[in-house]
Design a protein around this ligand. Sequence first.
Ligand SMILES: C[S@@+](CC[C@H](N)C(=O)[O-])C[C@H]1O[C@@H](n2cnc3c(N)ncnc32)[C@H](O)[C@@H]1O
Length: 235
Amino acid sequence: MAKKLELTPRLRMVADLIPEGVRLADVGTDHAYLPAALVLEGKIPSAIAADLRPGPLSRAKTTVRAYGLNGRIAFRLCDGLKGIGPEEVGAVAIAGMGGETIASILSAAPWTRERDMTLVLQPMSSISDLRLWLSQNGYEIVQEELSREGETLYTALLVRAGEMAPLTPAELWAGRNSAAPLRGEWLDLWLGKTERALAGLSQSRQESAPQRRRELEQVRSGLLEMKKEWETWQR
Ligand SMILES: C[S@@+](CC[C@H](N)C(=O)[O-])C[C@H]1O[C@@H](n2cnc3c(N)ncnc32)[C@H](O)[C@@H]1O
């Protein structure tokens, strides 16, 4: 029986945000690497591995068998959290999906903001839309972490029910500032996206272009301020 499951840096970041001792629902589990690693490490006693499609769920079953975790990880074929009861879990992970999908999964499960529940969200796209949606729908982003796989940076959000101080336009894009070592590169990434969006706009004749330009300039200046602040923290 294999004893240890090495997670990639992205999933390791998600795993590290899961609190100890809770039963975890891993939504969109695919291979079930996240819950399997956490149970093997003894960080959590058990988990529910859920996926929308039979193919990924069958891969999850293969992992659970291979690591001798039968009985510790249950399976659910369901859309989001629709097949999972609030009383069954203390934490929910939703990783490797678009921000809009994550928001729609949470929106269909209001108990995620009505109970003392830890949510660990790892969006691959539409991250600013997700931050905005969370802030407007009774969630608080308590912590954000970064990880890198090759050239790609990923973020993971630790979220709970609660009120959140409004995010500035730049914070919506890049999250709140921190001294994390990867934060400088992360800010550069968003600065690059802002510059490209501004360059694209320079040719635009659309009526909305001047307003969009002002918004992007505000984002750029907020990102530059955060970069400066991050640099002072590195000294
Ligand atoms: C890219 S994989 C991510 C796997 C793993 N969570 C990770 O981060 O490595 C996305 C998985 O989410 C599943 N998925 C997509 N939409 C879903 C939904 N609404 N409910 C449950 N699972 C979903 C897909 O079937 C797929 O297995």
